[in-house]
Write a protein that binds this ligand. Structure first.
Ligand code: ATP
Ligand code: MG
Ligand code: MG
Ligand code: MG
Length: 479
């Protein structure tokens, strides 16, 4: 009798609604905010209230927010807990309740509502936040061995150099309590999973770097729905929860493989397909179409990854007998079918979604076939002009095959080695690095400038354009 993902979502929202929170819908994945490309956290729709630019219409609110985090793309399918698309459940206080109440409710939710055994819940606090530590220890009763102080990198949220900021406190679930409390490391993901983050927005950082207390202290939280489902459904990773597994099962069926007995390599491909399929379905539903710029480029790259991995798994055609057809719509149907409680709009947009997916997939398959031709030419050339007697593909060409034609380096290597040609992996990595370095701008930071995002943009137009360019390269480097 496992608890379904849909019911976890409902119970979280009901819990906070029953405690006076206004239940609001998720906002779009396309944020109403020029400082981030996509919605990366539940707080984004409330940013103007937190900044005091817009008066609050209710003292506190609760939502499930559709989120896409491209900075986690390299973790997808590799860690048990990271997605590009996921749902972030949240409760928010706009100058209403603060630390003590937020902690008390988070604990009640975890241990009473979701019935996590108390001895399996650990918490982190910001190293200087004695107040939070005292609340967890003295009021909630968490033994000090299960409270860890952490540094600013993990446990202090800020918006940039100045503006509202504050310490965080995270809740973790322990999969291996038998390992004891000595030397336990909350960042050890073979043992722990972070599921809930509480941000205590209590300071304003002034121009001279001082922290001054905010008059209106705010609460911003995020709980990963898929992570809570993993814990409650007792499965080894988020992908095997009922929120994602049906998509994987459909892909496995088309590829004619058995996920449960497949090797890790195949499982990773299937997990990436499960993840990215959800992402592209919700992104297209929110009006982001494949293109070569900005958000559209992210969708394009996600689709290409799914197509590439589907083909590596041997999926051809639409999986229903039409060899010329596209398989992505066949898989996306499952994600669309599960979307009702998240976003009713997806069902209404489904024809549009399938058409976009189909068109993009068929176009990309042509590109892949062109890439195969190019690879052939490069191999012939390498064999004709060996370097120091050794035929070798240079890093720039391998990178071009990867970046422009979607060829994963393993495939290039495999084909090359069949022909007795080596691959300059160091050169390829160097090219990757160049792109990665350009991408540090990372849209995973929500900028909260007291002057207001729009004003900030206007004040820094040239810089902003430059960042836009970097964001573009960043997406291509990670996908
Ligand atoms: P982690 O340390 O595991 O990467 P995080 O500290 O980056 O997580 P937060 O920014 O605190 O995550 O987000 C709030 C919550 O959202 C997390 O506690 C987690 O439950 C969930 N979450 C964050 N990133 C992801 C992701 N990529 N996929 C799924 N859930 C996520
Ligand atoms: Mg993270
Ligand atoms: Mg974390
Ligand atoms: Mg966190």
């Amino acid at each position: 009798p496992e608890i379904r993902g849909d019911s976890i979502r409902k119970r979280f929202l009901d819990f906070y609604a029953a405690r006076g929170h206004k239940l609001l819908p998720s906002s779009s994945l396309v944020p109403d905010d020029p400082t981030v490309l996509l919605t990366i956290a539940g707080m984004l729709q409330f940013k103007p209230i937190f900044l005091g630019q817009v008066p609050r219409s209710y003292p506190c609110a609760t939502t499930t927010q559709k989120v896409v985090r491209t900075n986690d793309i390299e973790n997808v399918g590799r860690t048990a807990r990271h997605h590009t698309f996921f749902e972030m459940l949240g409760n928010f206080s706009f100058g209403d309740y603060f630390k003590q109440q937020a902690i008390a409710w988070a604990w009640e939710l975890a241990t009473k509502e979701f019935k996590l055994p108390v001895e399996r819940v650990w918490v982190s606090v910001f190293e200087d936040d004695d107040e939070a530590l005292a609340i967890w220890r003295d009021e909630v009763g968490v033994p000090v061995e299960r409270i860890k102080r952490m540094g600013a990198e993990d446990n202090f949220w800020s918006s940039g150099a100045t503006g509202p900021c504050g310490p965080c406190s995270e809740m973790y679930f322990d999969f291996h309590p038998e390992r004891g409390t000595d030397n336990a490391d909350l960042n050890d993901d073979s043992r722990f999973i972070e599921f809930y983050n509480l941000v205590f927005m209590q300071y304003n950082r002034t121009d001279d770097g001082q922290l001054e207390p905010l008059k209106n202290k705010n609460i911003d939280t995020g709980l990963g729905l898929e992570r809570m489902a993993q814990i409650l459904q007792q499965v080894p990773n988020n992908y095997e929860t009922d929120l994602i597994y049906p998509i994987i099962a459909r892909a496995a069926e088309l590829a004619n493989v058995n996920y449960q007995t497949a090797d890790d390599h195949v499982k990773t491909y299937l997990k990436v397909i499960g993840d990215h399929t959800r992402a592209v379905v919700y992104l297209i539903s929110d009006g982001v179409y494949p293109s070569n710029i900005g958000r559209g480029y992210i969708v394009r790259r996600l689709i290409r990854r799914v197509v590439r991995m589907g083909r590596l798994l041997g999926i051809r055609g639409d999986g229903r007998g039409n060899q010329e057809g596209a398989f992505l719509p066949t898989i996306a149907e499952v994600a669309v079918g599960m979307s009702g409680d998240v976003d009713p709009n997806v069902q209404q947009q489904k024809t549009k979604i399938y058409n976009e997916l189909k068109r993009e997939e068929l176009r990309f398959v042509q590109t892949l076939e062109k890439g195969e031709k190019l690879l052939e030419e490069l191999l012939t050339e390498a064999l004709e002009k060996p370097v120091n007697d050794k035929p070798c593909l240079n890093g720039k060409d391998v990178f071009r095959l990867y970046d422009t034609f979607g060829f994963p380096v393993e495939i290039t290597e495999e084909v090359a080695s069949e022909r007795g040609v080596a691959v300059d992996l160091a050169g390829f990595e160097a090219e990757m690095d160049v792109q990665r370095k350009q991408s540090q701008a990372a849209h995973n930071v929500i900028k909260l400038a007291v002057g207001g995002a729009a004003q900030e943009m206007i004040a820094r137009v040239p810089e902003t354009e430059f960042l836009g360019y970097n964001e573009l390269s960043s997406s291509s480097s990670v996908l």
